[in-house]
Write a protein that binds this ligand. Structure first.
Ligand SMILES: Cc1ncc(COP(=O)(O)O)c(C=O)c1O
Length: 357
């Protein structure tokens, strides 16, 4: 069996999680409610310090329902240029909410308060009005980097000064909290709505939640229903999420340690530069001339699956189904694949060295 570190979404439910799913108490969530889903929603709302939570089949649908909840048609959503809502949701803001995404480019690898402030347009006739600022923590595309609480607050304050709502894509907010020791609810206080995902580090097969005020969730629920996201015996899915929350939240630091070890080994490669990880994601930037597709193919021949993120960036993500020993083995395989790809380039003696971050 190959070691699969393409994503933290590849985890399989453990026998205990499967038992919890099999034994879940269920009801019709469209008619009179599903008790397991209700229990999960109450737990998540309390953890994040919000009035109400809604269970969703996916983080994408929850993000899109947040955008639908906050945005009027013909307004703008400000989001980081490498954010999930911008890069991986098929222009949903435009297609579903009739809103345009304006991408924010920070000085560093992620959006920051200064860059966000610069985006706001003067209120001139013809200029679209911003209705929503969408944050992401940890930031997947930047390599699982964490925006500390002060940075989140600063961006929230900019948004508020411009009468904008704030949505936080916290698919991996669990990891941001584990990495910094900042409680989830402290991050969540600086957003009107927060999405959290159960199918990543927590190891559940399905699901996400959106949290916010009761009034906002009332509106989000209408959108969820319209998109077909209110599920009948949803306890079959939410039981896995509940199990993940109860058993796998406190172990996320282990994944972060594995990422640090993996990065340390891969950073020995001459043909790549590793983004130092804050959490469980490791981005490997290739030296000019190498192709991520080629490197990923070579690494797979050594029994390890890593992912293509961009044509020159490879992504590896640590999760609960890989042991520290497997991670070490995987890192050595990545080194070998990189080395082979480098040698295949021929004479590189005249090439400039790849800049180290
Ligand atoms: C930051 C971020 N937001 C949203 C999502 C979407 O979640 P889902 O795959 O459940 O739709 C992902 C998935 O990888 C993600 O990384």
């Amino acid at each position: 069996m190959p070691i699969d570190i393409r994503s933290d979404t590849v985890t399989k439910p453990s026998p205990a999680m499967r038992r919890a799913i099999a034994e879940a108490e269920v009801g019709d969530d469209v008619l009179d409610g599903d008790p397991t889903t209700r229990k999960l929603e109450e737990k998540v709302a309390a953890l994040l310090g919000k009035e109400r939570a809604l269970f969703f089949p996916s983080g994408t649908m929850a993000n899109q329902c947040a955008i639908l909840t906050h945005c009027e048609r013909g307004t703008e959503v400000y989001a980081d240029f490498g954010s999930h809502v911008n890069d991986w949701e098929l222009a949903g803001a435009a297609a579903l909410a009739g809103a345009q995404v304006r991408t924010v480019h920070g000085e560093g690898p992620m959006m920051d308060a200064q860059a966000l402030e610069r985006c706001f347009r003067p209120p001139l006739s013809g200029s679209p009005r911003a209705s929503l600022v969408c944050l992401e923590n940890t930031h997947n595309g930047a390599g699982g980097l964490v925006t500390p609480l002060a940075g989140i607050k600063a961006m929230h304050d900019v948004a508020r000064n411009h009468d904008c709502a704030v949505h936080l894509d916290g698919a991996r907010l669990w990891n941001a909290s584990a990495a910094t020791g900042t409680p989830l609810r402290d991050f969540a206080q600086y957003a009107d709505t927060v999405m959290v995902s159960f199918s990543k580090g927590l190891g559940a097969p399905i699901g996400a939640a959106l949290v916010g005020t009761a009034e906002a969730m009332e509106r989000a629920n209408e959108h969820r229903k319209r998109l077909g996201g209110v599920m009948r015996q949803s306890g079959i899915a939410s039981a896995g999420a509940l199990y993940g929350l109860e058993h796998n939240l406190d172990r996320l630091e282990e994944d972060h340690e594995k990422a640090t070890n993996f990065a340390m080994i891969v950073d020995r490669a001459i043909a790549a530069s590793v983004v130092p990880p804050d959490s469980n994601i490791v981005m490997i930037d290739l030296t000019p001339g190498l192709s991520a597709h080629d490197v990923v193919r070579r690494v797979a021949e050594h029994g390890v699956k890593v992912g293509v993120w961009t044509p020159t960036r490879v992504r590896a993500v640590m999760h609960l189904n890989v042991s520290p020993a497997e991670v070490e083995k995987a890192a050595e395989a990545v080194l070998t694949g990189l080395d082979e790809a480098w040698k295949a380039l021929g004479d590189t003696s005249e090439w400039p060295a790849i800049p180290r971050r």
